[in-house]
Design a protein around this ligand. Sequence first.
Ligand code: NAD
Length: 440
Amino acid sequence: MKIAVIGTGYVGLVTGTCFAETGNSVICVDIDETKVKKLSDGGMTIYEPGLEKLLIRNLREGRLRFTTNLADSVNESLLILLALPTPPGEDGSADLSAILKVSGDLGKIIKEYKVIIDKSTVPVGTAERVRKAISINCKSDFDVVSNPEFLREGLAVEDFMKPDRVVIGTSSEKAKKILSDLYAPFVRQGNPLLFMDERSAELTKYAANSFLATKISFMNEIAILCEKLGADVDMVRRGLGSDDRIGKRFLFPGIGYGGSCFPKDVKALVQSAKEVDYSFNILKAVMQVNERQKIYLLPRIKKYFNNDLKNKKITLWGLAFKPNTDDIREAPALAIIEELLKEEATITAFDPEAMTNVKKILGDKITFAATQYDAITDCDALIVATEWNEFRTPDFERMVSLMKHKVIFDGRNVYEPRRMKDLGFHYESVGRGVLNNDKS
Ligand code: NAD
């Protein structure tokens, strides 16, 4: 099939590359010329495990191209996928300006039947708005399909190639048949293609992300209670997650969720509810809990240093909002850094992939280290903000010899409290109490 993917960010690039991988002819369109040039040359614009290999193979075999030319790409293609940004507007609702602008442009370009497939996360009713925006100038027949994307950054290729389900919102039999063929290679193992109306498809995506965010915030509150009541959240988590009705995933407490999806999608759903006079109380609480959780370690760090962080050398391991990505949008690490800078602490950070992105916004306000061990040399305390695998089993002896003070605030519960105590660290994590060593 001939496919144009409009918007070549995390979703567009993965989607375009994976569709090319199954034999389709794909053109990815973006307004960012630098990005298009880099990708055309086989360079990566994001860090996503497994993607580079697929990109290079499909470029080489001529199934994947990158361009800034919307009209030519659309004219050549039957399927037009929208993978455009839908960031929060001032009131928290999804800003649809990119989607509606491109839809208007499509109306002027489309001359024969096309299927416009919305992969962006958009509020209920957007498919109708896209249809209207295209129709203003379009005389040709076309269908608009809502096909929300559920991939996770860091596991995006795997998620796209083997989705748990594919949600397709359309009332057109013709579009249904085309999308069934398009997705057939991805659902061979029997994972469902779920057909529904456009509005339900649009809401399914928000419901999924909001539910997962709720699970995280719920567990973070349980963790706080564990500390206050003298329980161990690891035990509670296991006991809770062993119940099939609850499930083991998304029960790990920590310093909150971030990224480009959960914070924005929860906010947008609250706003969508407000627009129909409904107060989505659970989600309002989820947002509040998450904001508090991002800087949950701060009062404890301040307490440890007797409320004086001035010139204390604090190291962060991890800047990305989660491991295996360079995405720093709404990353808890950034909220922590902001607070530490207010306290005039001196900050050094290390992240395997996200330092370039952080440098762009923080410049020289913090120091970036070449390795995780360089980062902790002479530090007064280490904060683990992202659970990258390489932070899980570090050389503890080396850490002991490098750190000025053996103090760790673990925002992702990656270490065993008992072991850390035995190694002589002052170690605080989330929901597991404090196993105190005297100030080291
Ligand atoms: P992104 O910001 O990484 O990429 C968007 C791309 O669109 C950018 O490359 C930008 O230059 C381009 N763009 C903007 N306006 C354009 C225009 N007029 N014409 C052509 N290109 C244009 O965004 P993303 O993370 O890929 O997210 C895209 C959508 O998918 C959002 O709605 C998001 O909520 C949703 N989504 C994201 C993820 C994720 O993990 N990132 C997962 C599922 C769904």
